[in-house]
Write a protein that binds this ligand. Structure first.
Ligand code: NAD
Ligand code: FE2
Length: 355
């Protein structure tokens, strides 16, 4: 079966294109009572960007906090807040921030039109009704959340996305100026999420020309950003994230993402840094990728946290292994159909104990 892959229909790209957001939202405002919700990372409270958000009288600026990555309970609370604010549905939900804020915006737009808790929809194609029109304004590049068909959520029972065609954004606003002030470490971790997407896709058994075309371009852009310090590196990373997301959408991620889900499930490690911590120990699977990653890390002056796992108790390590090995397609992409004989529980444990 081939995937019939839903694309983002509208994309605007360019420095300062954020200034066109008002005009873009205007098309969704059908009458004088129409209102929009700006789901905005609270890191921008009091910053210059706050004043540039094109708020109309009826609109709501919903600050969100992403110190923890998005949880189902938080999505449910935010959705209730939006529902309580007005008696009608908003004409648009606009997510402004990194992968976490974009996923919150996706989730709220879906939960406004689908009954019950977001926990009911964690999985594949469980969403019944189309979302409210939703738009993304990334302020941090690498996750590819701006193009993906999922909104990753941690629930009481599982960490699993709202994965559906309805999840895909209706509009993406790519303004490279918005990522220029990201702190150095965060910029690297989220950027490496993109680099690792490319390596896992290009080195994977699921590779096809669609994924390869996007993955190769994204990888070349990552090199210009993290090895060459190119003067247009913000523009380049923004496009790398987009293309890296397109690459994995039609293939799959691999060993690094599988193990990093285990790590983050137990330790709450954030996605970007979690991927970096794991990738450093995967030279057996991605020798050239890991070697280049280390060069990038040195060049950017990044020190990764170490010794996170060996002092955990057996139950926690066991949970980490169960979560990581439960991701069959990721392992199959990395190691082929015989993966269970290669990535045994003992093997996974020995890798975790190094981290
Ligand atoms: N939906 C998907 O396809 C997908 C794919 C990969 C990851 N994700 C999710 O994305 C999240 C990770 O996203 P992320 O790495 O972009 O980080 P993030 O959104 O979690 O943000 C990380 C930190 O950077 C700050 N930040 C964001 N923009 C900034 C800016 N311009 N200046 C200063 N600080 C800024 C945030 O406030 C936060 O403290 C995870 O929740 C992960 O599960 C989703
Ligand atoms: Fe990722």
């Amino acid at each position: 079966m081939f995937r019939n892959f839903k694309l983002v229909p509208n994309v605007i790209f360019g420095r300062s294109c954020f200034d066109q957001l008002d005009e873009i939202i205007e098309k969704q405002r059908k009458d004088k009572d129409s209102w929009a919700v700006f789901v905005t990372d609270d890191v921008f409270k009091g910053k210059a960007l706050e004043k540039r958000i094109p708020l109309h009288d009826n609109d709501i600026l919903l600050w969100v906090n992403v110190d923890d990555e998005p949880k189902t309970q938080y999505v449910d609370e935010l959705t209730l807040k939006v529902k309580a604010a007005r008696s009608t549905l908003p004409c648009a939900v606009i997510g402004i921030g990194g992968g976490s804020s974009m996923d919150l915006a996706k989730s709220i737009s879906l939960m406004l039109t689908n009954e019950g808790s977001s926990t009911l929809y964690q999985g594949w194609d469980l969403i019944k009704n189309p979302a409210v029109c939703h738009m993304a304004v990334p302020t941090l590049s690498g996750t590819g959340a701006e193009v993906s068909r999922t909104a990753v959520l941690t629930g009481p029972e599982k960490k699993l996305g709202l994965n559906s065609d309805y999840t895909v954004f209706d509009q993406v606003v790519l303004d490279p100026e918005l990522i220029k002030d990201v702190p150095k470490d965060q910029h690297f971790y989220t950027g490496m999420d993109c680099y690792i997407h490319c390596i896992e896709s290009l080195e994977g058994t699921y590779l096809n020309e669609f994924s390869k075309s996007y993955g190769e371009k994204a990888l070349a852009l990552c090199r210009q950003v993290f090895l060459d310090d190119h003067p247009d590196k913000d523009d380049k990373l923004m496009m790398a994230s987009f293309f890296g997301g397109m690459s994995i959408a039609y293939s799959q991620v691999g060993a690094c993402h599988a193990l990093s889900y285990g790590l983050s499930y137990v330790l709450g490690t954030h996605h970007g840094i979690g991927c970096c911590i794991v990738f450093d120990y995967l030279s057996e699977f991605y020798p050239e990728g890991v070697s280049e990653f280390r060069t990038m890390m040195n060049k950017q002056g990044i020190d990764l946290p170490r010794n996170l796992v060996k002092n955990l108790d057996e139950d926690q390590i066991e949970k980490m292994i169960t979560v990581a090995l439960g991701l069959d397609p990721l392992w199959e992409n990395c190691l082929g159909p015989d993966w269970k004989n290669i990535m045994t529980k003992d093997k996974a444990k020995s890798l975790f104990l190094e981290m």
